[in-house]
Design a protein around this ligand. Structure first.
Ligand code: GLU
Length: 310
């Protein structure tokens, strides 16, 4: 498999110049857009990393799957999905359009509006420090921390997300007794965690293995939470590019504007990617290219007739 990963990274590298790092959070604009790395953690214990897989970067929207999984555990299915839907939007991740123009709750927990609602459910139930411990265990990475520079950079350019949060409150999706600012801070802290491609592969492996750590046999997430998270990753995880990505790659994935992509080949492996040059939708250009190549060469597409489970 290593040779396929090396070929995928070499191919991806030829595309990094087609994208650009996110600059709307100024701290992210300082990152070198030519970096690229991919890590694969398999259920059979094999771990392969190629390229820039130990570089720390900002998890950004990939944290939305962790927030959702933990909220499902702590608050429960009914509480969470009373406030947020399960449908793709086809709109950019930070859009206010459907929130303002329809009577519907935020369409899904993978867009900012939905994730802020989920954060509001969780923020009063769990401290950020406890959350951090959970995240370190889920990602098999004890060194994950809050990147304070990214956090402050994002908080000083938060107008759009703050507008979303107060619109949510005005429509009753954030309860009056919940502190809107507190929910917003919790959301941004989650986005400002600093991870590596290897940490994402670790979390991907836990999700691929039904929430169980394959080395210890310990269950870290319930089957139900894992099933829901993977389904929403497949339908909504790659912003408004999720449909085309499902056709071309066919692996449940979640991307973030820090350049990460976390992918789950169910029953088989977790894949973590770092490639900070983004396309117009916010997805890593080289990362998508790496995944499409891997999916084709290793038959990882969910509906590939040659896909096998280890
Ligand atoms: N913290 C970012 C925001 O709210 C997350 C964006 C993303 O990675 O999709 O704008």
């Amino acid at each position: 498999m290593r040779d396929v990963l090396e070929q995928a990274v070499a191919l991806g590298k030829t595309h990094t110049h087609e994208g650009a790092v996110a600059t709307y959070i100024p701290e992210l604009g300082k990152v070198d857009g030519s970096q690229l790395g991919v890590s694969v953690f398999c259920r059979n214990g094999k771990r392969i990393s190629v390229g820039d897989t130990k570089v720390r970067f900002s998890i950004q929207s990939i944290s939305k799957i962790i927030t959702l999984a933990v909220a499902l555990e702590i608050c429960g299915f009914d509480q969470v999905f009373k406030k947020v839907g399960m449908e793709p939007t086809g709109d950019p991740f930070n859009s206010l359009m459907k929130l303002e123009n329809t009577d519907s709750s935020p369409y899904n927990p993978m867009i900012n509006a939905g994730a802020i609602v989920v954060a509001s459910c969780l923020a009063s139930e769990i401290s950020f420090d406890t959350m951090l411990d959970t995240i370190r265990a889920l990602c098999m990475d004890p060194d994950i921390n809050l990147d304070k520079k990214v956090y402050h950079s994002e908080m000083s350019h938060i107008s759009r997300n703050r507008a979303i949060a107060y619109l949510l409150e005005s429509k009753g999706y954030i309860e009056k007794n919940k502190d809107v600012e507190n929910s917003l801070h919790f959301y941004v802290k989650m986005c400002s965690l600093s991870v590596t491609a290897e940490s994402l592969a670790g979390l991907g492996l836990i999700l691929a293995n039904d929430g169980i750590h394959p080395d210890t046999g310990k269950r870290l997430l319930s089957s139900q939470a894992v099933k829901i998270v993977k389904t929403l990753m497949f339908t909504c995880g790659m912003y408004d590019g999720s449909g085309e990505f499902a056709v071309r790659v066919g692996i449940p994935s979640k991307s973030g504007v820090g350049g990460g992509i976390l992918s789950v080949v169910d029953g088989e492996m977790g894949i973590g990617i770092f490639g900070p040059a983004l396309d117009k939708k916010g997805n890593s250009v080289a990362g998508e290219c790496v995944l499409e190549y891997m999916s084709h060469e290793l038959h990882l597409h969910m509906f590939d007739p040659q896909r096998h489970t280890l």
